[in-house]
Ligand binder design. Structure first.
Ligand code: ZN
Length: 245
């Protein structure tokens, strides 16, 4: 099923939608015609927000990968999971990273990156696909909450990608997921290599990164060096995340 122009105008539509809802809850937003003004967090003096304010996208990515290294080496610190942190982030949040990950039960972002409350803005959906609602959420995470790095995280033996390769008819709404994974599967079929499933999983991650890069809102943040979008691959056996882009 073709979904032409899926992302065209999508960003602005969602930004305006959030502008009328989320932003109204304590954040000053101005949406005038085509000029979208980045809202200033009301709680700019809040230590949580101040803490991440000056972090660069590269530093945010490093922090994320260091957390994964601790996880792999079984040296987790389980940061920011105290009662104090819970209270601290109850008023506001400033996650330093966003994850577009698969819904797979074996890839929980906070655990595999060794993070805690208020650290990650996570969207999970089978096949880690950048459909409209996910893109809108991630735009919110970076534009309003200030997340500095956005990682699309695929993983080994992804059932959603495997089902796409096998094809056939799917009950309910499952087929809608398949449509969005198809591009990556087709790209992998053009490549040489024996493990078509792993190749398709990685090609799908790269395709979803490309879709996110089409977002006007995210593109603007990237241009200002306030955001970086990367693709990652999680190995179910080792727990290690490898950067693909
Ligand atoms: Zn999966």
């Amino acid at each position: 099923m073709q979904k032409p122009q899926k992302l065209i105008n999508l960003s602005r539509r969602n930004a305006i939608k959030y502008g009328g809802g989320f932003l109204g809850t304590g954040l000053a937003a101005t949406v005038l015609g085509s000029n979208l003004v980045k809202p200033e967090p009301v709680a700019a003096q809040n230590p949580i927000i101040a803490q991440n304010k000056d972090i660069t996208p590269d530093q945010a990515l490093r922090k994320l990968m260091e957390g994964n290294k601790r996880f792999v080496e079984q040296k987790r610190q389980t940061p920011n999971q105290t009662r104090e942190r819970l209270v601290e982030v109850s008023e506001s949040q400033a996650p330093f990273a966003s994850i577009l990950g698969c819904a797979d039960s074996r890839v929980p972002a906070e655990i595999v990156f060794d993070q805690g409350l208020g650290d990650l803005f996570v969207c999970r959906i089978a096949g880690n696909i950048a459909i409209a609602e996910e893109v809108g959420s991630l735009e919110f995470g970076s534009m309003v909450l200030g997340s500095k790095v956005l990682m699309v995280l695929g993983h080994s033996r992804c059932g959603a990608v495997e089902a796409t390769i096998k094809g056939g008819r799917f009950p309910g709404q499952i087929g809608t997921l398949i449509d969005d994974i198809q591009v990556g599967v087709e790209r992998a079929q053009q490549q040489s290599g024996t493990n078509k499933l792993e190749m398709a999983i990685q090609a799908n991650v790269i395709h979803q990164v490309e879709l996110l890069n089409q977002s006007v809102v995210l593109g603007d943040l990237i241009d200002k060096n306030q955001l970086k979008i990367v693709g990652g691959y999680y190995d179910l056996e080792t727990g290690e995340v490898t950067l693909l882009t």
